[in-house]
Every structure is written in structure tokens, then in C-alpha cells.
Design a protein around this ligand. Structure first.
Ligand code: TRP
Length: 327
């Protein structure tokens, strides 16, 4: 079975865009691959979070991923910071990584521009840490979004470099498994094409019924169709895309016909949509609450995940040490 590795950046609560994006792919993959999913808490340190924030956001993410269907009996789910083998590989990879190539990474340049007073070495070597995460498990596939493509190219380059320096084929080159191509794109309800945290238009999995209702009722619409069977403008198409994802075929067709004969009432459509989103998210929300309240269980799951990951990581590292000459 092929090995898959992916890191989850601990940034805030999960929203529907995340769910239908990365998460659904992860849930599918855990049935088909040998999966290592981890919460990238070391990577998050480039921005100097407070101790309490690290702890809180880590537990929240774990609870949310479990609630969505990440199954610890099918994959290893763990905290990056629990598998210290990664750090040793990070050090070795850094010895063969050059300042010039790290400085050329687009996301480094962006962040250096955004936080000019905190251009730290961890930020610079972000790609080597990410490569270590991946190579420590000799992953064949890495599910990532388009924004991670340059980091993935670096990981492949570091694998090739190690292999050619030591004249072997120890590390497989990890392939990107594009989430952007497979994922269902969730639109924003503000008329924009995408639901995202930076867009500020998210419906979160932990939102309660009232909050969801409010967000949906506020969705951007227009004056309504003026001629039968006209094309839908983006904001209206977004509502239909949403219906298509969370509602029944009948509901979708009902409103589509109403659009086509110009008798659509957006208020009714929104009510339906809110109801169907709530039906979808409320069982997930309940499970998030259950997991969040059970810190003992979260600890146990994280410990078991770390052990699974460590066992595999230690094997890789022993071989790497041998190849390098530490015998
Ligand atoms: N850099 C990734 C992101 O920002 C997170 C990440 C860290 C990751 N290590 C990884 C993803 C290893 C895949 C594999 O989303």
C-alpha cells in the first residue's frame, strides 16, 4: 500500500470549504493508503504563537478532524511536535540546502514582506521542515493545494539530492496529489467564488443553527431573473452550487424551475438552503463538542498516532544515519 503524508496547518476552525476541500479527500484516502496526517504545530511557530494558543488550537483541530471522520484506526493522526525524528532529518536536509534556493521561495518572500521584523530562520527553512515531514515516511503521495506546489518541488529536489549525493535511491520522490483538482469548490455567500477564512465569508462547522441561518439569509442576491431561462449571475449560481451540494435533487430542481420561469423567491431558497446546511453540519458539530469535552480521549488518540508515526519514522532515520555514516 502506498504511503500518504499530509500536514494540517493549525489556523482557526474548519469551515465548509475545508470540509469539501481537503477533508473529504483525507477521509477517502485513509481507506486506500497508508496515511500519516499530522497537525503542523512546529510550522505554526514561525509567527510566534503564545503557549496557550498552541495548546487550544491544536486540540480544537484534532477534535474537528475526528468529528469529520478521520479515523485513528485507519490512519495515524498526530502532532508534528510529538515525532522528534523529523527534527533530525530536518537537520540533515538543511546541510544540503542552500540559502539562495530558500530565499527564492515565493511564500518566503511574501511572508518576509509581510513580517519584516520577524524574518526568522524557521521561516526560511520552512521547506526543509516540510520535506522532512514527508520524507521521514518515504511518502509516495502528498495531498496539497496549489499553494504548496513550490514546497513540493523543493521536497522532491531534496530527495533527489540526497539520493544522488549518497549514490542510492533511498527516498522516493513524493508526488503532489492535487486537492484543487479533486475537491468540490464551495462558493462564498457574499457573491465571491470561494469560501475562505481570508475572504471572511465562512460557514464554520461549529456554527450553531441561528448563526448559520443568519449567514445564509444575508447571502448576496439580485433583483431576480428578468427573462425566462436566463443565465445565472455568479452570486445566484453560488446559491445553486450550494444547493447542489447539500440539498436534495428535488429541491435543486424545484428552485431551478422557479428561476427559469422567473417566479423564484430568494427568501424561500435561502430558508431551504439554511435548513439543509444545518442538517448537514449539526451532527458534526455535536461530535466536535463531544471530542472537545473529552481531553483524555484526545490525548490518547494523539499518543497512539504519534507512536504509529514514530515507529515508521525511527526506521527511516536509522537507515538515513547509516547511509550518512553515523554507524
Ligand atoms: N505547508 C503546508 C500548508 O501550509 C502544511 C504542511 C506542513 C504540509 N508540512 C507538510 C503539507 C507536509 C503536506 C506535507 O498547508
Amino acid at each position: 500500500m502506498e504511503t500518504v503524508v499530509s500536514g494540517i496547518r493549525p489556523t482557526g476552525n474548519l469551515h465548509l470549504g475545508n470540509y469539501f476541500g481537503a477533508l473529504k479527500s483525507f477521509i477517502q484516502m485513509q481507506n486506500e493508503y497508508n496515511c500519516y496526517f499530522f497537525i503542523a504545530d512546529w510550522h505554526s511557530m514561525t509567527t510566534h504563537p503564545k503557549p496557550g494558543d498552541i495548546q487550544r488550537s491544536a486540540n480544537t483541530i484534532l477534535a474537528e478532524y475526528l468529528a469529520c471522520g478521520i479515523d485513528p484506526s485507519k490512519c495515524a493522526i498526530y502532532f508534528q511536535s510529538d515525532v522528534k525524528e523529523v527534527l533530525e532529518l530536518y537537520l540533515y536536509l538543511n546541510m544540503n540546502t542552500y540559502l539562495g534556493e530558500l530565499e527564492r521561495v515565493t511564500s518566503f518572500k511574501d511572508k518576509a514582506r509581510k513580517q519584516p521584523n520577524n524574518v526568522n530562520a524557521g521561516l526560511l527553512t520552512y521547506p526543509t521542515l516540510m520535506a522532512a515531514d514527508i520524507l521521514i515516511h518515504k511518502a509516495a503521495k502528498v495531498p496539497v493545494g496549489k499553494d504548496q506546489e513550490q514546497n513540493m518541488e523543493m521536497a522532491r529536489k531534496f530527495a533527489r539530492r540526497f539520493n544522488s549525493f549518497y549514490e542510492n535511491d533511498f527516498f522516493p520522490e513524493p508526488a503532489s496529489f492535487s486537492l484543487s483538482n479533486k475537491a468540490i469548490k464551495i462558493p462564498g455567500l457574499d457573491g465571491s467564488g470561494k469560501m475562505g477564512k481570508s475572504e471572511g465569508n465562512c460557514i464554520y462547522l461549529i456554527d450553531d443553527d441561528k448563526t448559520i441561518q443568519k449567514k445564509v439569509m444575508k447571502a448576496v442576491t439580485d433583483a431576480g431573473p428578468q427573462t425566462p431561462n436566463s443565465e445565472k449571475p455568479e452570486s445566484i449560481q453560488n446559491l445553486f452550487t450550494f444547493l447542489d451540494i447539500v440539498s436534495s435533487k428535488e429541491a435543486y430542481n424545484f428552485y431551478d424551475e422557479k428561476w427559469n420561469d422567473c417566479s423564484i423567491r430568494y427568501g424561500d431558497l435561502k430558508k431551504q438552503l439554511a435548513q439543509d446546511i444545518i442538517a448537514f453540519t449539526s451532527p458534526i458539530r455535536e461530535r466536535i463538542m463531544e471530542y472537545s469535552a473529552n481531553t483524555e480521549l484526545l490525548k490518547k488518540i494523539a499518543k497512539e498516532g504519534a507512536e504509529k508515526s514514530q515507529e515508521n519514522a525511527a526506521k527511516t532515520l536509522a537507515e538515513v544515519r547509516h547511509i550518512i555514516g553515523f554507524r
